[in-house]
Design a protein around this ligand. Structure first.
Ligand code: H79
Length: 444
């Protein structure tokens, strides 16, 4: 392949694995979309956007000069960083990723590079700084989303094929003068340096929508990122949304992000993260009443964990600084389940078994697997085929009471008659002496 002018620090497979360990153990994070669009809540001048609320400027073709006036209205007097972080904690989440700048171009942090930032609002408080401090205090890892390629406030920024007309409606400019390199040089690279310099350790950088950037530009983002935060974890959307087939030795990202709200069942060489919404939008929508239930959250989380994936679940706080009540309630209900049963999720790895049994999902730790039963089998029985490991005992997580089973040759039959069912999911622990479970490769 073509040699690159931008040198990225080299690391071994072991170094990569060590850097990723906390993230792989964590499984569950809180995504936060918050910005000027939160003031509109999906509605502008009486018109309701049919699409995701943080895209309202683009979808309703609000001129940048009009949209920018929202700066004068951004005053979330109820905002309390400790409170948000404690919601994440109570939900059982181990990390947080917040929009430091979304596609609209507005920075939630104190930026010297652009005046289009939180310090120009009546609020004048650095939200990123306050959240980082609260996360440190409460032991939650801290990541930043940064829209590095799209910026509706910068006439030079890339906007993607087919969106040129939208851009022309949004800002006054001549497309022939558009120059992405200038945007990158004047805003994106320097703001990236700001967020990776001014807040101590940043654990994750969540680049989004890097489609269209060329390889040298992507490598420049990686170079800046790795130089300033050597242990940071980088999302795959730094470039094209590359799937497993385009993975190569020259990895510039650390985990793969499938399409928004999509889980991936593919076999991946690197871990993935399912980024999803609690409703129909990332940014707050005042008309949205369809909130995901605790069962959905736990199902997505454990399905992901059983397939080498994390779950980054979004909440869109309101303009006053409070999170909408219903998703918070649902997150906490799921969190109560995790408090009791989290051993079957955190720190686990995928097992060699198929991930999509009709009763639920398998996760693994040394000397044991967890069978997370979401759908109780009608015949009260679970069959696992292909075991080459002798099972010692099976019990409910958190209980020493034995569950009956039979192991004959490679067939394990578990009898669930009379076994107590938990709300949402019942984790069974299958214990054995081998460190890693051995199975017949031929199983289906
Ligand atoms: O930050 C959230 C989204 O705003 C962002 N990624 C997540 C994490 C995102 N950026 N781009 N996209 C998602 C995909 C873009 C989809 C589009 Fe459309 C289809 C853009 C225009 C048509 C849907 C409809 C979004 C706006 C209108």
């Amino acid at each position: 392949h073509t040699p690159s002018k931008v040198e990225i620090p080299y690391e071994t497979e072991e170094e990569y694995q060590a850097r990723m360990q906390w993230w792989k153990d964590a499984k569950y994070g809180m995504f936060i979309h918050w910005g000027l669009y939160s003031i509109l809540g999906g509605e502008y001048n009486g018109e309701v956007t049919p699409k995701i609320a943080e895209w309202i400027q683009n979808t309703l073709k609000i001129p940048a000069s009009e949209y920018k006036k929202l700066v004068d209205q951004f005053n979330p007097t109820e905002f309390d960083a400790d409170e948000w972080v404690s919601v994440a904690k109570e939900a059982g989440m181990k990390y947080m990723v917040i929009t430091s700048k979304h596609h609209d171009g507005f920075a939630l942090f104190n930026s010297k590079v652009s005046e289009y930032d939180v310090m120009s609002t009546p609020f004048k408080r650095d939200i990123i700084k306050e959240l980082k401090e609260a996360c440190d205090k409460q032991g939650i890892k801290f990541g930043l989303y940064y829209s590095h390629a799209i910026d509706w406030d910068s006439p030079n920024a890339y906007i993607g094929e087919g969106q040129l007309q939208d851009r022309m409606n949004l800002v006054d400019f001549d497309p022939s003068t558009m120059d992405r390199a200038t945007y990158l040089k004047e805003k994106s690279f320097p703001q990236l340096r700001e967020i990776l310099t001014n807040y101590g350790t940043i654990d994750i950088i969540w680049f989004d929508m890097g489609k269209g950037l060329d390889n040298e530009e992507i490598r420049e983002f990686v170079k800046i990122t790795r130089e300033l935060q050597p242990n940071i974890i980088i999302s795959s959307r730094i470039g094209d949304e590359v799937g497993p087939t385009s993975l190569n030795k020259d990895l510039y990202f650390d985990f793969f992000t499938p399409s928004d709200n999509y889980f991936t069942g593919d076999d991946l060489a690197i871990p993935f993260e399912m980024a999803g919404t609690t409703n129909g939008s990332w940014g707050y929508r005042k008309d949205d009443t369809e909130w995901r239930k605790p069962l959905f959250m736990l199902n997505a989380l454990i399905a992901s964990a059983s397939r080498n994936g994390n779950y980054l679940l979004n909440i869109g706080p309101m303009a006053n600084g409070l999170m909408p009540a219903e998703p918070v309630k649902n997150l906490k209900i799921a969190g109560a389940w995790l408090k009791e049963n989290g051993a079957s999720v955190y720190g686990t790895t995928p097992s060699p078994f198929p991930w999509n049994y009709d009763w639920g999902y398998v996760t693994e730790k040394p000397n044991k697997i967890f069978l997370n039963v979401f759908t109780w089998p009608k015949n009260n029985q679970i069959d696992l085929n292909g075991l080459l490991t002798k099972v010692d005992k099976i019990h409910l997580l958190g209980s020493t009471k034995q569950v009956k089973f039979k192991q004959e040759g490679r067939f394990l039959t578990i009898d669930l008659t009379g076994v107590e069912r938990k709300e949402f999911a019942t984790p069974l622990v299958v214990e054995y002496k081998d460190t890693k479970l051995k199975i017949d490769d031929g199983i289906s």
